[in-house]
Design a protein around this ligand. Structure first.
Ligand SMILES: [Zn+2]
Length: 103
């Protein structure tokens, strides 16, 4: 499943899939962040919000849409299909939101 991916790429992929990642919704759950909400939006910063909805990453998402050739993004599509992982890593890197991953 993780053939051809670097260790940080495997790690971020697993964490995006499980939701156990450095976004506020998870950090709040494990009592590291005082709020579950996004820094930009009055809504929990979940993986779904980060990848698909947050307006703060509109530019990066547009690039993702162009690269994938479709605006019909779903978590399932982004995280399950092997061929799309590199575009997802590029999105994560471009947002600068999860800087501890060397993607
Ligand atoms: Zn947001």
């Amino acid at each position: 499943m993780y053939d051809g991916l670097t260790r940080p790429q495997c790690s971020v992929l697993t964490q995006l899939r499980t939701g156990h990642i450095g976004l506020h919704a998870h950090l709040h759950k494990i009592q590291v962040s005082p709020t579950p909400n996004c820094a930009t939006c009055p809504t929990p910063e979940t993986v779904n919000h980060f990848l698909l909805l947050c307006p703060a990453y509109r530019q990066q998402r547009l690039k993702l849409i162009i690269r994938l050739g479709t605006a019909r993004l779903t978590l399932r599509r982004l995280l399950a299909a092997k061929s799309e992982h590199k575009a997802v890593f590029e999105f994560v890197r471009d947002t600068g939101r999860l800087p501890r991953y060397q993607l």
